[in-house]
Design a protein around this ligand. Structure first.
Ligand SMILES: NC(=O)c1ccc[n+]([C@@H]2O[C@H](COP(=O)([O-])OP(=O)(O)OC[C@H]3O[C@@H](n4cnc5c(N)ncnc54)[C@H](O)[C@@H]3O)[C@@H](O)[C@H]2O)c1
Ligand SMILES: O=C(O)C[C@H](O)C(=O)O
Length: 359
């Protein structure tokens, strides 16, 4: 296949239904996408995939190290967006200014034997700093949070934005698309149906049993035993660990995550551009359960979340899974909103910053 044909086929499969068909090429709005953590395992392939997205006019690649090389490399690809690389905190503001969508894969990944929650202490601080900058430089951007533990980093981001006075619950998303991608792949493999036709909602959160795939709502329908459904559910819940173990200390899912992140960012861009009926699962502020944040199907629009769709009818197995996940998800959310770490950070800022000019 010639390179132009390869590029066309990647774009078609990734960005199916792209509204470029609905707009003349002149009418596709300008959109700036910023990737924070762009030189990392997820960041680099995600930068590549966003460079292939014709809805992006400016691609801003930020990291604390190594961004110039990544940006120079990606910038040579002959697609629409102009690429700029930014490195170090001094350049974070420039990286963010005017961004419509900010994707955050910055932070430390798991090693075998760790839970996502073990990443909390280090990633909470990273997310806090990046979200403070977002509040300052692009408070209206849609934020796609990839950094783990998503069940806590999204609530942390909400707290930071509230403190800055910029919080809009419609614009903050935990990216759970990889759970959907996995559920679709595993279901299609077992049912022996073409994976491109498969749909499976995944609700709850993004860690272990908080990941609840709703195979009873999967399409096309397949005749699975209870044991099959249990096994598919467990594999989806443990998908991240499967990759962490296979990588044996060299990190967690990066390529499949970049794919999933690109799908979700594309959906956000389509929503912003007014494409109707764009629906993806995401971990958002929600009242469909008693928990303040919950992943479910979300309709995306010009302001971000347009509608949070209900859970739909659940099987008995899924109802049990839903009840079982709530305590863990509740405590991860509370860790993000009430953690001693956050309180200390906030206390330090409110006590020290008013006097900072005297230091
Ligand atoms: N939501 C999901 O489904 C999902 C899937 C896979 C991985 N993840 C998470 O994504 C995160 C990144 O994973 P990875 O494999 O790309 O890790 P990585 O270590 O390969 O890359 C992380 C990048 O973040 C950068 N970084 C660190 N601090 C930063 C800061 N303050 N500002 C900007 N950039 C900073 C690093 O320099 C590095 O380039 C991890 O927390 C991982 O657990 C989430
Ligand atoms: O499992 C991890 O630590 C990374 C990510 O959350 C995943 O689901 O692959």
């Amino acid at each position: 296949m010639r390179s132009s044909a390869i590029l066309r086929s990647i774009k078609t499969s990734l960005f199916r239904g792209n509204q470029c068909r609905a707009f003349s090429s002149e009418a596709v709005p300008d959109r700036k996408v910023a990737v924070l953590g762009a030189a990392g395992g997820i960041g680099q392939p995600l930068a590549l995939l966003m460079k292939l997205n014709p809805l992006v006019s400016r691609l801003s690649l930020y990291d604390i190290a190594n961004t110039p090389g990544v940006a120079a490399d990606v910038s040579h690809i002959n697609t629409r967006s102009e690429v700029n690389g930014y490195m170090g905190e001094d350049q974070l503001g420039q990286a963010l200014e005017g961004a419509d969508v900010v994707i955050i894969p910055a932070g430390v990944p798991r090693k075998p034997g760790m839970t996502r929650d073990d990443l909390f202490n280090i990633n909470a601080g990273i997310v806090k700093n990046l979200c403070q900058a977002i509040a300052k430089y692009c408070p209206n951007a849609l934020v796609n949070m990839i950094s783990n533990p998503v069940n806590s980093t999204v609530p942390i981001a909400a707290e930071i934005f509230k403190k800055a006075g910029t919080y809009d619950e419609k614009k903050l998303f935990g990216v759970t698309t990889l759970d959907v991608v996995r559920a679709k792949t595993f279901y299609a493999g077992k049912a022996k149906v073409p994976v491109a036709e498969v749909n499976v909602p995944v609700v709850g959160g993004h860690a272990g049993i908080t990941i609840l795939p709703l195979f009873s709502q999967a399409t096309p329908k397949a005749n699975f035993s209870d044991e099959d459904i249990k096994a598919l559910t467990k594999r989806t819940q443990d998908g991240g660990t499967e990759v962490v173990e296979a990588k044996a200390g060299k990190g967690s899912a990066t390529l499949s995550m970049a794919y999933a992140g690109a799908i979700f960012a594309d959906a956000c861009l389509k929503g912003l551009n007014g494409v109707p009926d764009v629906v993806e699962c995401s971990f958002v502020q929600s009242n469909i359960t008693e928990l303040p944040f919950f992943a479910s199907k979300v309709r995306l629009g010009k302001n971000g979340v347009e509608e949070i769709l209900g859970l739909g009818p659940l099987s008995d197995f899924e109802k049990e899974g839903l009840e079982a996940l709530k305590p863990e998800l509740k405590s991860s959310i509370e860790k993000g909103t009430n953690s001693v770490l956050l309180k200390l950070i906030f206390m330090y800022e409110s006590v020290c910053l008013p006097f900072s000019s005297t230091f």
